[in-house]
Design a protein around this ligand. Structure first.
Ligand code: ATP
Length: 893
């Protein structure tokens, strides 16, 4: 087949056999795109397209030189396309073209950004979800199983955390439009429908055994079929792309709930861990905390922040290392300087295993391997560091193997190798005997050519003579026009130029043949030797990953130490779950960077586990609550914390409910989101969790809001027992402290003098004595009549309703039945001796209903009875509203 149509036909049939969006087909020295693909590439990459016409049909066509394909591939894949590459191979009967690989977002190796690039698989098996995440650029491969009531949410949280670039949904996930839609919404990932059979547990198990070996698969002990399916599908997929990346995936890591403290995607966003609510990195906790000097270090710090730990042992080790590093300033700075020379070893290992590493990459491997012993030396020379767990981190990798590989690379590689690997110049003298001979002979021949003009001049008395070489003419002797007639007879004229003539001789031709033969052989041999060397590096992938991870850990720990020293942070004391959280002079790690921060104390204990935080707008309630969450989180990644002293009873999860900024864009009402988040917290938090609620109930009518906030407080206090901070402007809620054992009030103080409010930023015990809402409106310049009218309306509203508070679950004998009268601001209580909830509900308010009947009549007494019988926790706000409306109507009659 020749001509455009033949090639286009071949292109189309190869394309039809692949499931790629775009095909790049090699035709000689170019990769060509034809037809629709040419148009797409032309448009997306601004590549010039031309028309090839054949047999009356015109085909759009675009091409890039073979050596320049990579950046185009990368650009296409980053725009979400799957690109198949068909290479041309010479055979005895001509050339054939075959698809050699399919590059996809999750299998793109040539990346420059520091972030991890995960391809994820999600499999659903009834209510159990299996998840697998592979970063082919570093060989990281993690799997987990999510089950239980909130499995779906948990799955989405994991996806949010890993933020994959490509997701392979399993067959049942594909049928779940809702889930698929949410995955699309939550990640920017390309969804790829990989062959359904690959997700089947039997086939998946087989593939995993092939990849990791039967024993290591057993030791990882994955039980859920869904998880096996997800892990197997990824391995199968990566293999199918043909990119040779599979070899970099050397270890299967399973992680489970118990290891990490729960930190759902909402909380990660609310606490602005790795990006701010507005979406930028600047201003996030990560941006403030990051002093790492390598990109793997930065990646590691980010993942620590997203995955706080629960294991005291792990955390104590990290803290001890940070502690040692804070006290060894000189060694710490030396370490950071040396680490600065380290490259991204995990990524380099992947490049080696996929066969795409060039000589520069192998030099980077060598140089990074050299960092390890230097790091060890620094640790050994600093007694504080030697005695810390840092030593064990540096000792973790197989150092002997790493040293051997380093030496092998050092012996082999030339110091300044070319970018391409097929032109020679990659390896040093003394590495290979044959190569040395070739190089020597080559240099001899070069010398012969270099001195040829001089010899010819001398021998034949020639003038204006020089020797040159170019691609078309090869070597030649050039004589200026004026002297060209003097050329000896055996000179064969090969070209006439304007001012000169070019000649060749038999001897020159013979030497030229030899030098070309040598050059070809040298290129081949160097390439072979280089490939062997690259193989050797690939065989050490696991060691390289270990070294890379150890260096990244040390980088993060040193970074945490730097931040602690520069910001006067302190080492927290970790205590068992359930123990107190006590913070002395705590600060907000991000706000303190830009503000003259007023530190505050906090105690959350078993006796005082629920704090209602009140205070005017802008006084610092949110900041106080967030700093508490962040201090706990920092302690649970093994970092020092912004406080004078801190004891952290480890938590099993941090849950937050604060304002939702971006949900409206996703078509859900703000209030709906608020309630969904609250619901999730009430369902999942435990007595070992930390819960932060910021103005829950604000998104709806005031009394609906108060009712919900009231009931949620009771539920968290009575049922969940989580350590909770709840900021509210409903200062009616502050009375709960008098009646729920573990609830206490704190407020952020403000000073009001001569109509001027000064924010003191100091947190004090007790509730605020008054609401400043209208006052703040006044300060903000709201017109006087509106402010005055607001005050009148507020008074009127206060005369309207009464709310009932339940005691500690109503279970224990002698609990109090509490009624808060919003109008008077008074609480009345009634004993519910030994009764269960129903008995209690039946108890009427006040000690004696008769005076009510006497003064207001029977209807009023009935209404009060009904009011007392309402179970707030079980009644929807709407029902409550209509009941109140009905009571009012009855009392008005
Ligand atoms: N302890 C502190 N020291 C210094 N500045 C603080 C402190 N706490 C808060 N601030 C500053 O006050 C500003 C307002 O704080 P924050 O948002 O926490 O108030 P808030 O009481 O939650 O307000 P609102 O009720 O309106 O949501 C913050 O942006 C911060 O700059």
């Amino acid at each position: 087949m020749t001509g455009a149509e033949g090639i286009v036909g071949e292109f189309k049939s190869l394309k039809a056999d692949s499931d790629a969006d775009v095909l790049a087909m090699q035709v000689g020295d170019f990769y060509e795109f034809f037809d629709d693909d040419a148009e797409l590439v032309g448009e997306e990459l601004d590549l010039k397209t031309s028309k090839k016409s054949s047999g009356g049909v015109k085909y759009p066509m675009a091409g890039v030189p073979v050596s320049e394909l990579t950046p185009y591939l990368k650009a296409l894949v980053e725009r979400g396309y799957r690109v198949a590459v068909a290479d041309q191979r010479e055979t005895e009967s001509g050339h054939i073209r075959e698809i050699s690989r399919v590059v996809t977002p999750g299998t793109l190796l040539d990346v420059t950004d520091a972030d991890a690039r995960y391809v994820a698989a999600v499999v659903k098996d009834g209510s159990v979800y299996g998840l697998a995440f592979a970063d082919v650029t570093t060989g990281q491969f993690s799997v987990t199983t999510v089950s239980g009531d909130d499995a779906r949410d948990g799955t989405l949280t994991e996806l949010y955390r890993f933020d994959p670039v490509e997701v392979l949904p399993g067959p049942t996930v594909r049928e779940d439009d809702d889930l698929l839609g949410t995955i699309r919404e939550r990640t920017d990932a390309t969804l790829t429908l990989h062959e359904a059979g690959a997700f089947a547990p039997g086939q998946a198990r087989h593939v995993l055994k092939e990849q990791f070996g039967a024993t290591s698969l057993e030791s990882v002990d994955i039980e859920a079929a869904a998880t096996i399916g997800a892990a197997g599908a990824i391995v199968d997929y990566v293999e199918e792309t043909g990119t040779g990346l599979l070899a970099s995936i050397t270890r299967l890591q399973r992680y489970g709930d118990a290891e990490f403290a729960e930190l759902d995607s909402t909380t990660q966003r609310n606490l602005e861990l790795t990006e701010t609510m507005q979406g930028g990195v600047e201003g996030s906790l990560y941006s403030v905390l990051d002093h790492t000097v390598t990109s793997p270090g930065g990646r590691r710090l980010k993942s620590w922040l997203q995955r706080p730990r629960q294991s005291r042992d792990t955390l104590d080790k990290r803290l001890a290392s940070v502690d040692a590093l804070t006290g060894a300033a000189l060694a710490r700075e030396e370490l950071r300087e040396v680490l600065g020379d380290a490259y991204d070893l995990e990524r380099l290992a992947s490049k080696a295993t996929s066969g795409s590493a060039d000589a520069g990459d192998l030099l980077a491997v060598r140089d990074t391997l050299a960092v390890l012993p230097t790091v060890e030396g620094i640790i050994e020379n600093a007694p504080r560091l030697t005695d810390s767990p840092l030593k064990a981190i540096a000792d973790r990798p197989n150092r002997e193997r790493a040293a051997e590989l380093h030496d092998a690379l050092d012996d082999a590689l030339a110091e300044d190798p070319p970018k391409t690997v097929q032109e020679g110049g990659l390896l040093t003298r003394g590495y290979d005997e044959e190569l040395d001979e070739l190089i020597e002979r080559h240099e001899e021949l070069e010398r012969w050519f270099d001195t040829l003009d001089e010899r010819e001049r001398r021998q034949y008395g020639l003038r204006h003579v020089s020797v040159g070489r170019n691609k078309t003419d090869g070597y030649y002797i050039q004589i200026g026009k004026s002297a060209a007639d003097d050329a000896p007879d055996h000179y064969e004229n090969v070209k006439t130029l304007k001012n000169s003539e070019r000649f060749r001789t038999d001897e020159l031709a013979e030497r030229e043949r030899e030098i070309m033969r040598i050059e070809e052989r040298r290129g081949e041999l160097e390439y072979e030797l280089f490939c062997d060397l690259r193989e050797e590096v690939a065989d050490c992938a696991e060691t390289l990953q270990d070294v890379g991870r150890a260096l990244a850990d040390i980088d993060v720990l040193a970074s945490l130490a730097v931040h602690a020293v520069e910001n006067d942070w302190t080492r927290p004391t970790l205590a068992a779950s359930g123990e107190n959280i006590e913070i002395e002079a705590g600060r907000h790690p991000v706000v303190e960077q830009t503000t003259d921060f007023v530190p505050n104390d906090l105690v959350l204990s078993t006796e005082r586990s629920f704090l209602i935080v009140t205070g005017p707008n802008m006084s610092g309630k949110s900041t106080y609550m967030r700093q508490t969450a962040l201090i706990v989180l920092l302690a649970q990644i093994g970092s020092f914390v912004p406080a004078n002293a801190a004891q952290v009873g480890l938590v099993d999860g941090i849950y937050t409910r604060v304002g939702a900024l971006d949900e409206l864009a996703q078509g859900r009402s703000t209030f709906m989101v608020e309630m969904q988040e609250l619901s999730k917290i009430l369902h999942t938090a435990t007595d070992d969790s930390l819960v932060i609620l910021d103005e829950v109930g604000r998104g709806t009518a005031t009394y609906d809001g108060i009712s919900i906030a009231w009931a949620a407080t009771e539920y968290l206090h009575n049922e969940v027992h989580a350590k909770t901070l709840f900021a509210t402007h409903y200062h009616e809620l502050t009375t709960l402290a008098d009646h729920l054992d573990r609830v206490a009030n704190v407020h952020v103080a403000a000073d009001e003098r001569d109509g001027e409010v000064t924010f003191l930023r100091t947190v004090r015990d007790g509730p605020t004595d008054r609401s400043y809402g209208i006052h703040v409106a006044d300060l903000a310049g709201v017109p006087g009549p509106v402010v005055d009218r607001s005050n009148t309306v507020l008074q009127r509203l206060r005369e309207e309703k009464a709310i009932e508070a339940k005691g500690s679950g109503g279970r224990s004998a002698g609990t109090k039945q509490v009624v808060f009268d919003v109008g008077s601001g008074q609480m009345t209580t009634a004993s519910a001796d030994g009764g269960d909830e129903d008995d209690m509900a039946g108890t009427s308010i006040g000690n004696d209903p008769d005076p009510v009947t006497e003064e207001f009549g029977e209807e009023a007494a009935d209404v009060l009875d009904e009011l007392a019988a309402v179970d707030i926790a079980e009644t929807s706000p709407i029902e409550l509203m209509s009941a109140v409306q009905e009571w009012r109507d009855r009392l008005d009659d």
